[in-house]
Each structure stands twice: as structure tokens, then as C-alpha cells.
Ligand binder design. Structure first.
Ligand SMILES: *Cc1c(COP(=O)(O)O)cnc(C)c1O
Length: 427
């Protein structure tokens, strides 16, 4: 199997690149034998697809409406779109068997080098940030003890409590409890001192809740280390900026969970567990492919493991300023179309933590519209393709991180049309 250099792409010209695209769009089945079609050197499918996929839109074939995604990297909408080059590399990964534990080790080593993680840190690929949380906690609780690995979530003999700020309990801690740990809620530093005992296994921090809790992330790490327990950070949606992939390790967090299928644009079912080599390794012992483990259902396949590594490589090479610029341009297009409508004002910002990319808030004066934001977003969602935006009490909000070229115009036109239809004169 040869690689696919750009020279070769040029030499093969249009047909070559068409094959490249077809393979990346339609998956990596290798064609064997007598159906008359050919396969490229990359193993990309060149045959005619019959049955599912024959129209080129599998979702419509299944009776579904595809979505123009103005919400951003939401798991319920499919995470993000994998870059064609990543799909091509996933096809390559699908062509061989490999020892998964060795693959995890090799990919983890590559990730550590790419991110320039501090000495003693490593990484593994999990089936999402939620999986990184569950398996990370399993690793903290069991260590490398085989009997414990088989025993959890029964924590008899193990530490059993994880300290968390009350303000950080916003729906992302189920996986800690799944691993068997009991959450101990605190609010103040004083509470932390009282909560720490020989049962304390770790201290958990939900990064996006940093502004809501009394104890900030830097102090949280210090408190954990003073108590001699690991500090765990859920930073699932905290890239961009890319620097955050190593910042939190440099800050001292012992384990960090990151989504692979959000802004990094890896496969939706991937995540990274970054952290102290030993705990990361113990997390891996607790998950697929290892049998009789808590994390056996959190399988991540060889194609996805390689896919998120490639996605990370491409993501790190990207110029964030250019990406932001493109997104602002798309949002400006929408803003221009709707801000002319009486009763509409538009603001824009970039959230500081979590989903740190351009966002637009379209404020609707309730006196000037006969419909609420909820009714308007519902109406847009019922269109074909469905347009999915976020609603607030008096706002409609959106990002452009997942918009494809031309979709800004579709959204702008549709939104302006719907807003105009509900426009009323002031009494
Ligand atoms: C998205 C998200 C997760 C879950 O990540 P997955 O990669 O979808 O498993 C966990 N925590 C936070 C804060 C998130 O935003």
C-alpha cells in the first residue's frame, strides 16, 4: 500500500482527485473481485454504490432531513464534519488489523509529542470526552490492580469519593458516578478542607463552570495537590484555542478530558484523555479492548483512533485567525440581512471558556414581533434542509463553526423571511 503524496495527486489529475474524494465521502470498503469496479491504491471505493448510499445522501434515503447547523458542535446534531483528508486516512486505517493496545500507545506518544505535553504526561484516545471522564476515574480508582478493575463499580477496598463544587454539577458528572464514585459537593475552600478524607479519590473541575464556582481552576489544582489527590478537568469543548490542549496540563491538572468530535473535527465518537502517564495507562486498562472491564462498552475503533490523530494534526496546523475571519464573514452576512428588520439588534462575541469561537446574538424586541424566538427557531427547524439555531428568551443565537459555504446566505434569507412574516408595527 503506497502513500498518497500530492505529487501523485497532481499526476493523476482530475480522476485521481475524484477517486480521492469519492473514497473519502463514501467510506472505505475495499473492493474485492468480480464486481467490475476498480479500487484506488488507497483502497478508496471507486465502484457504483447501489442500495443504501446510491443517491449520495444516506440521510434522505432514510427519510431524514439534513441539518444546516448554526448551533455549533453539538453531539445531538452529529458533532462536527470530518475533513476529507481525515476520512481518507481513516480508510487507510481500515485496511489492516493491528493490536489495539499498541495502537493506543503509539498514538498517545504521537499526541504527547504534537502537544508538547509536560514530562510524565501522556494521552489515549477514548470514545469521547464523556468516556475519557469515566475511564479516567476508573483508572484513578483501580490503579493497575486487576482485581479492582474487575470489581468496579463496587469500590470495596478502594477510595470512593470525588469532590466537586456545587456550581460544577451541571450534567457532566454522570460518568464519575458510573465509575462508582460518590460526589461530595463543596462551595468554599473551607468546605474542601472538611470534605477531604482518606476516602477522597480525586477533585473534579468542570472548566466551563469556572466563573460560577467560588474556587477557580488554579486554586483547585493547588487544593488537590495539597491533599495529594489528582485534579481532573473536564475541558471537553475548550478548544479553540489550541494552546488549551497543553495549558491545563502545564497548569498541573493530572487528567484532562477533551472531545475529539467537536472543534478538532475528529470522528464524533472520539475523545482524548490527557494526563499523567500512569493514570492514563490505568484508564486504558479499564476500557475496551480489555475484556471484563467497566469501559468495555466505550469502544473506539482503529479507524477512529487514527482519525482523531489525523484530525488533531490538521487542526494544529490551522491558522485560527483565518478560521475566525471566515466565521465572522458568514455571521456578518446573516447579520446584515436581519439587522435591517425593525425590532432587531445584533451583537457578537466570543465566549471565553468553552466553544471559544465567533457567536452572534440576534435580539428581538418582543413588542415588534408576533412570534417568540422559540416559534421562529421551530419554523426554521421544520424547513428542508432543517435550519437549527439556538433560542434564548428574547434572542436567537448562532455560530458559524459548522456552516458550510453558502449556508450563511440560506440562513440569512430564511431568517429574514420568517422575521418579516412575524413583524408587527408598534401599537
Ligand atoms: C461535549 C461535552 C462532554 C462530552 O463530550 P463527548 O466527546 O461528546 O463525549 C463533556 N463535558 C462537556 C463540558 C462537554 O461540552
Amino acid at each position: 500500500m503506497r502513500g498518497f503524496g500530492s505529487d501523485e495527486l497532481n499526476r493523476r489529475g482530475f480522476l485521481g482527485s475524484l477517486g480521492f474524494l469519492a473514497g473519502s465521502v463514501f467510506g472505505g470498503q475495499r473492493l474485492l473481485g468480480a464486481t467490475g469496479a476498480t479500487s484506488t491504491k488507497q483502497g478508496a471505493w471507486m465502484g457504483k454504490i447501489t442500495g443504501l448510499g446510491e443517491t449520495g445522501n444516506v440521510y434522505e434515503e432514510l427519510g431524514l432531513t439534513t441539518v444546516i447547523n448554526g448551533q455549533g458542535t453539538e453531539t445531538v446534531l452529529g458533532g462536527s464534519l470530518i475533513r476529507p483528508e481525515v476520512k481518507a486516512v481513516m480508510d487507510l486505517a481500515a485496511e489492516h488489523f493491528v493490536v489495539i493496545m499498541d495502537l493506543e500507545a503509539a498514538v498517545g506518544k504521537r499526541i504527547s509529542e504534537m502537544l508538547k505535553l509536560p514530562q510524565g504526561y501522556g494521552a489515549i484516545v477514548t470514545s469521547g470526552a464523556a468516556s475519557a471522564i469515566q475511564n479516567g476515574y476508573s483508572g484513578i480508582l483501580t490503579g493497575s490492580n486487576e482485581a479492582y478493575i474487575k470489581q468496579i463499580p463496587d469500590l470495596t477496598g478502594m477510595k470512593s469519593e470525588v469532590i466537586i463544587q456545587r456550581a460544577h454539577r451541571s450534567g457532566w458528572d454522570h460518568q464519575i458516578r458510573t465509575a462508582g464514585a460518590k460526589l461530595v459537593e463543596v462551595e468554599t475552600v473551607e468546605d474542601v478542607h472538611k470534605a477531604i478524607s482518606e476516602r477522597t479519590a480525586a477533585m473534579h473541575f468542570l472548566n466551563l463552570s469556572d466563573p460560577d464556582g467560588q474556587i477557580k481552576r488554579g486554586d483547585w489544582v493547588k487544593l488537590a495537590h495539597a491533599a495529594n489527590v489528582p485534579a481532573f478537568l473536564d475541558a471537553a469543548a475548550d478548544v479553540p484555542p489550541k494552546s488549551r490542549l497543553s495549558d491545563y496540563a502545564n497548569m498541573g491538572f493530572d487528567l484532562i478530558a477533551v472531545s475529539g468530535g467537536k472543534a478538532i473535527r475528529g470522528p464524533q465518537c472520539t475523545g482524548l484523555l490527557i494526563g499523567r502517564q500512569e493514570i492514563v495507562h490505568n484508564a486504558l486498562l479499564n476500557m475496551s479492548p480489555n475484556e471484563d472491564t467497566m469501559g468495555r462498552p466505550t469502544k473506539v475503533g482503529k479507524e477512529e483512533i487514527v482519525g482523531v490523530l489525523k484530525a488533531l494534526e490538521l487542526y494544529l496546523a490551522e491558522d485560527q485567525a483565518v478560521l475566525d475571519q471566515d466565521q465572522w464573514q458568514q455571521l456578518d452576512m446573516i447579520s446584515t440581512k436581519v439587522s435591517k428588520i425593525p425590532g432587531v439588534t445584533v451583537t457578537r462575541d466570543v465566549p471565553e471558556i468553552a466553544n471559544h469561537f465567533p457567536a452572534l446574538q440576534i435580539h428581538l424586541d418582543p413588542a415588534r414581533f408576533s412570534a417568540k424566538p422559540h416559534d421562529i427557531t421551530e419554523q426554521l427547524a421544520r424547513m428542508k434542509p432543517s435550519i437549527v439555531l439556538t433560542e434564548g428568551p428574547n434572542t436567537i443565537e448562532m455560530t458559524a463553526i459548522d456552516l458550510q459555504p453558502g449556508e450563511d446566505k440560506i440562513i440569512g434569507d430564511a431568517l429574514a423571511r420568517v422575521l418579516m412574516a412575524h413583524s408587527v408595527r408598534p401599537a
